[in-house]
Design a protein around this ligand. Structure first.
Ligand SMILES: *[C@@H]1O[C@H](CO)[C@@H](O)[C@H](O)[C@H]1NC(C)=O
Ligand SMILES: *[C@@H]1O[C@H](CO)[C@@H](O)[C@H](O)[C@H]1NC(C)=O
Ligand SMILES: *[C@@H]1O[C@H](CO)[C@@H](O)[C@H](O)[C@H]1NC(C)=O
Ligand SMILES: *[C@@H]1O[C@H](CO)[C@@H](O)[C@H](O)[C@H]1NC(C)=O
Length: 269
């Protein structure tokens, strides 16, 4: 799969899709999941990004992003179905469990193209290291503000992202409409209880059982292949727990993925 024609850059998404259909959807697995079934995804394209999320997780974590597409959708317009999940070995450092904490992941896809590469798990290549830094600090500050406010909340990342619907914030040096997305699903995947040194970690996902899937209107497969999926992973003190002394006590990791991943055929996973 290494040699591509010279028209590669122009026709790249199209070539990717043809190869993936040929390699990932043999007849035996072609109907593992119908397009309209939101409980699974039959990936037209899929990618995984490895990242670390210290100090709780001792091993690398894989962020998986996949999508399927339907040329007609509900009628005339094409539609895609995006899905994400995390794959990990749940080896954790129990010694760092000194508070009740909640870990969550939020994902957005749409109106953001680019090529994941470099620092911050590929995000620096999409929007530059300044944006990555500002975005991490923005989430750290916003979550810090929430936990120090004293108002009850259950899922902190979900709470702050939900609050952005009415008044989308703009982060300097970042894509201006980052928060003006139709869908910004958030899923909780870790609960730490101070008195119990074993955290409750969500079961690893898969295409048959993604953590979340959602439909995107008027998006073709080749358009979606150009989009960057952004994952925001957080670890925040739960309501009632002592807040950290400053925002850097909030764990934030960013991941940026494209399916299929740039420079690969997508068939080597
Ligand atoms: C686990 O956390 C403790 C407390 O922060 C630290 O001293 C220790 O080195 C960590 N262990 C590993 C394997 O990272
Ligand atoms: C992209 O932006 C437009 C204009 O703001 C918006 O209508 C559309 O819903 C956005 N797409 C997604 C997938 O969120
Ligand atoms: C679908 O997208 C195309 C191109 O992006 C746009 O011209 C068209 O107005 C959109 N249709 C709807 C129903 O949003
Ligand atoms: C931590 O969570 C446990 C279980 O939900 C709860 O009983 C305990 O009161 C919580 N601790 C704090 C400091 O909120």
């Amino acid at each position: 799969m290494a040699a591509f024609p010279s028209s590669w850059s122009m026709t790249r998404p199209y070539l990717f899709l043809l190869m993936i259909i040929a390699t990932l959807s043999p007849p035996a697995t072609a109907d593992i999941c119908s397009f309209w079934d939101s409980g699974c995804v039959d990936p037209l394209a899929q990618t995984a990004i490895s990242f670390t999320f210290p100090p709780l997780f001792l091993e690398t974590i894989n962020f998986f992003y996949a999508f399927d597409a339907d040329v007609r959708g509900k009628g005339q317009e094409p539609m895609t179905k995006a899905a994400f999940w995390i794959g990990y070995e749940p080896y954790v450092n129990n010694s760092v469990i000194d508070l009740n904490r909640t870990s969550e992941i939020a994902v957005r896809v749409g109106n953001l193209t680019g090529t994941p590469s470099g620092g911050n798990n590929g995000c620096d290549g999409v929007w530059g290291s300044e944006c990555s830094k500002n975005m991490r600090e923005f989430f750290q500050q916003t979550l810090f503000d929430l936990v120090t406010l004293g108002e009850p909340f259950s899922d902190p990342l979900s709470t702050v992202i939900g609050s952005f619907h009415t008044n989308p914030p703009v982060i300097s040096n970042c894509p201006p409409q980052f928060f003006e997305n139709q869908h910004f699903p958030v899923d909780q995947f870790g609960i730490e209880i101070d008195t119990n040194k074993t955290p409750i970690i969500k079961t690893t996902g898969s295409a048959i059982s993604p953590w979340f899937s959602w439909f995107i209107d008027n998006m073709t497969a080749s358009e979606q292949a150009e989009q960057v999926a952004v994952g925001i992973i957080s670890r925040t003190p739960s309501y009632g727990s002592a807040p950290p002394s400053n925002k850097y006590g909030i764990g934030i990791e960013l991941v940026c993925a494209q399916a299929p991943s740039p420079g690969s055929s997508g068939s080597d996973d």
